[in-house]
Design a binder for this molecule. Sequence first.
Ligand SMILES: CC(C)(COP(=O)(O)OP(=O)(O)OC[C@H]1O[C@@H](n2cnc3c(N)ncnc32)[C@H](O)[C@@H]1OP(=O)(O)O)[C@@H](O)C(=O)NCCC(=O)NCCS
Length: 180
Amino acid sequence: MSRLHVRAGRLADLGALEAIEVACFTPDQQSTRRALRLSLSSPCQSVLVAVYPDGEKNRVIGAAIVHKHLRRMRLYSIGVLPSFQGRNAGGLLMDRVMECASSSGPPEIILECDESNRNLVEWYERLGFRVFRLLPNYYGTDRHALRMSQKFSICPAKRLVTMPPENLLDRVIRGAPECR
Ligand SMILES: CC(C)(COP(=O)(O)OP(=O)(O)OC[C@H]1O[C@@H](n2cnc3c(N)ncnc32)[C@H](O)[C@@H]1OP(=O)(O)O)[C@@H](O)C(=O)NCCC(=O)NCCS
């Protein structure tokens, strides 16, 4: 594909996923290679990657990891390489995460967000998320988090439109056993 797009992550993306972790998160918040490998293979998690066409090659420049629970999905992490931020890769990743929740469920997404990062909180609010809880000291002493949520109505008709059959995420989300 010759434009910025989102697809399901695969094992071959492991190196790129590690690079995104290092570039986007502090060491205490980075997922290890082992954890990333588990995310890619677990039926209870989904990894989405944003791919940027770079000459002849496609380059993985962003990723979102989602944990699927019985009644809701949890956005575990989202990151875009700093030099590619502000080009809507994050927006595309979030669109796809929300599309999955609205088309095949579970119909609620929750996430945790650094309370002091106002740009990020406002970005999630613009995407439709609402704060419903303060989590004191979630990231360490005096580093509080906000838990945010967005609920969706399941729309079976939309499923046909929004989820192309070849999309691997579709298989993971619908074919996976529910995880508690
Ligand atoms: C949060 C994050 C994933 C957003 O990704 P992104 O690709 O920049 O997202 P978008 O391009 O869709 O833009 C998001 C918004 O932030 C603004 N923005 C973010 N980074 C920007 C940058 N480097 N330059 C200019 N604008 C920027 C955009 O203008 C946009 O605002 P808008 O929707 O009103 O236009 C990315 O900033 C990131 O990786 N941050 C570090 C990791 C992190 O904090 N993750 C979230 C917690 S897990």
